[in-house]
Design a protein around this ligand. Structure first.
Ligand code: SAM
Length: 196
């Protein structure tokens, strides 16, 4: 049985400590996707405190997750949460910058939910680890609604640059002939890129 107390504690911790975690609808979509497509191995870039990795495990008792986090405090918190849920054997947590991680395993699904300006780099670094008919799902493709705004409507220069990067990534996905990408209005926007 899943310990709802631990799950609620994680959500509270995230809110209190300003840790961004996936929306409920984003999580629901991932769980449905995993079940429907018989996903057994997931690679996640951006663990934070382990919330989405743990929630994905609720989809299927055979699911294995490898997840990467570069922030020490969040990594330690994730480690604690994974232990509390008894998922040490199913979730492999890597404490490192994902852009310095090299993996040799294959995954049915890759979830990108880390630094938004680096989405394309994560995509290009890990697509070699995707099974032939696998899928890459990227979160926050609407970037809190800012992607639909004109640049002069966004005050901060840093934010404008970030939004431009997210738009560049959308273009990269649209022009990538190896994948068919669907953009979904789920949570903060999901890009679901299926290899064809
Ligand atoms: N997927 C998590 C969830 O829904 O529970 C939320 C992840 S949070 C949106 C993004 C996380 O990615 C942050 O904790 C951040 O430290 C981490 N991150 C950003 N860039 C990274 C990188 N290059 N390598 C590893 N982790 C990274």
């Amino acid at each position: 049985m899943w310990d709802l107390n631990v799950i609620n504690q994680m959500k509270n911790y995230a809110e209190l400590n300003n840790v961004p975690i996936m929306t409920e609808s984003g999580i629901r979509y991932l769980i449905k996707y995993i079940t429907k497509n018989n996903v057994k191995r997931v690679l996640e870039i951006g663990t934070a405190i382990g919330y989405s990795a743990i929630m994905m495990c609720t989809a299927d008792p055979e699911l294995m997750v490898t997840t990467i986090e570069r922030d020490e405090k969040r990594y330690l918190e994730a480690l604690k949460n994974i232990k509390k849920m008894g998922l040490e054997d199913r979730i492999q947590l890597i404490y490192k910058d994902a852009l310095e991680v090299t993996l040799n395993d294959y995954y049915d699904l890759i979830v990108i939910d880390a630094a938004k300006a680096q989405n394309q780099k994560f995509f290009e670094r890990f697509e070699k680890n995707l099974v032939e008919d696998g899928t890459i799902i990227t979160d926050n493709i609407k970037f809190h609604g800012l992607v639909d705004k004109k640049p002069d409507e966004i005050e901060s220069r840093n934010l404008r640059q970030l939004v431009r990067k997210v738009k560049d990534y959308i273009r990269f996905l649209n022009f990538n002939k190896k994948y068919e990408t669907e953009f979904l209005d789920v949570g903060d926007g999901l890009a679901v890129s299926k290899r064809i």
